[in-house]
Design a protein around this ligand. Structure first.
Ligand code: IDP
Ligand code: MG
Length: 134
């Protein structure tokens, strides 16, 4: 079922490289409304908690270190069919596979430092939004 909200983070490398405005601009231009917005730095403990679902994957420790390495921007976004449309807008996890016109094609540096997060389901959008704004 389509929903109207999703959750995103602008990841540390993109914040460090001054791409907050560029990325939020692409998000708004694609028809999303920014409902909540917060710049914050995660502790390694909180980054680990956010990515708990990936804790058995080989890149988990690196991911936690990276996601707590500098400030991120967390946001709740609203649009019809938000979760699926936002995944389309951000592009593939690995920027080498990301389509032209996607946020990751433009701003991602690597499969890890891939500029943005986007929720993968309505349920996770709700949980992740509450992690920051609950
Ligand atoms: P997604 O962000 O496109 O949903 P996930 O598979 O949920 O991708 O992975 C979460 C995050 O973990 C990715 O956005 C990326 O930062 C990192 N990641 C995923 N796969 C790899 C990998 O193979 N090597 C290093 N980091 C990875
Ligand atoms: Mg994911």
């Amino acid at each position: 079922m389509a929903t109207n909200r999703t959750f995103t983070m602008i990841k540390p490398d993109a914040v460090q490289d001054n791409h907050i405005g560029g990325i939020l601009g692409m998000i708004e231009a694609a028809g999303f409304r920014i409902v909540e917005l917060q710049k914050v730095q995660l502790t390694p403990e909180r980054a680990g908690q956010f990515y708990e679902v990936h804790k058995e994957r080989p890149f988990y420790q690196d991911l936690v270190k990276y996601m707590s390495s500098g400030p991120i921007v967390a946001a709740i976004l609203e649009k019809d069919n938000a979760v699926a449309d936002f995944r389309t807008l951000i592009g593939a996890t690995n920027p080498a596979n990301a389509e032209e016109g996607t946020i990751r094609k433009k701003y991602a540096k690597s499969i890890e430092a891939n500029a943005v997060h986007g929720s993968d389901s309505d349920e996770n959008a709700q949980i992740e939004g509450e992690f920051y704004f609950g």
